[in-house]
Write a protein that binds this ligand. Structure first.
Ligand SMILES: [Zn+2]
Length: 204
């Protein structure tokens, strides 16, 4: 018996279960109406309660993927038992892997691209811009690709690289979606995502 068909079924199951839990992030947030409050990708985003809220929304949708992944997992188990075993195994391996990699967060693994901590750091920068420790007379903090900095005095206010924010991507739907599948929403250029300690902030 040939191995080609089982392998095809396995790969199909694997790819479906790979895409499935990632669809919410790719589809839910890219709508036009969802992004009117923000400049177009990849422009820097001014800090605002709306931006903080967006980070929290992305975080919620990210964890929603976790719940969504249980569907191909269960379907895969059912398929192994009663349907096409190779297809079911593909589904099962892929979604099981996804769930395990997400669970790793709780065992000291990499933080998700969107966390409560990120939202809080944005809030801290906003509070500082309105308080006594503001960087200049007219602080206008915005989130660029590599850091949060002030437009007025160009001081770096937080060295936090920017994750995907659900905006429609400049490189179009398919390239954008592929990039998202590969990066999983993490900042494209990142050495220390989730590392809250900052080595130094002496550069200006
Ligand atoms: Zn400033």
């Amino acid at each position: 018996m040939s191995l080609v068909m089982p392998l095809t079924y396995f790969s199909t199951g694997f790819i479906i279960a790979f895409m499935f839990p990632r669809l919410p992030i790719i589809l839910v947030t890219r709508g036009r109406g969802f992004n009117t409050a923000f400049p177009e990708h990849p422009e820097p985003v001014p800090l605002s309660p709306k931006l903080t809220q967006r980070v929290l929304h992305m975080r919620m949708i990210y964890w929603m993927g976790f719940v969504v992944a249980t569907i191909p997992l269960l379907f895969g188990l059912a398929s192994i038992k009663w349907g096409n075993a190779a297809f079911g195994f593909g589904l099962w391996i892929s979604s099981g892997w996804y769930i395990l990699s997400r669970l790793q967060t709780f065992a000291g693994g990499q933080d998700p691209p969107w966390t409560m901590g990120i939202a809080q750091r944005l809030q801290v920068v906003m509070d500082e811009s309105n308080g006594e420790s503001k960087c200049c007379d007219n602080p206008q903090p915005e989130w660029g690709i590599m850091a949060v900095s002030c437009i007025t005095c160009s001081k770096v206010l937080d060295t936090m690289p920017r994750p995907d924010l659900g905006r429609k991507r400049q490189d179009g739907f398919f390239v954008g979606a592929t990039r998202l599948l590969l990066s999983d929403g993490y900042p494209i250029i990142s050495n220390d995502v989730g590392d809250t300690t900052k080595p130094d902030d002496s550069e200006e």
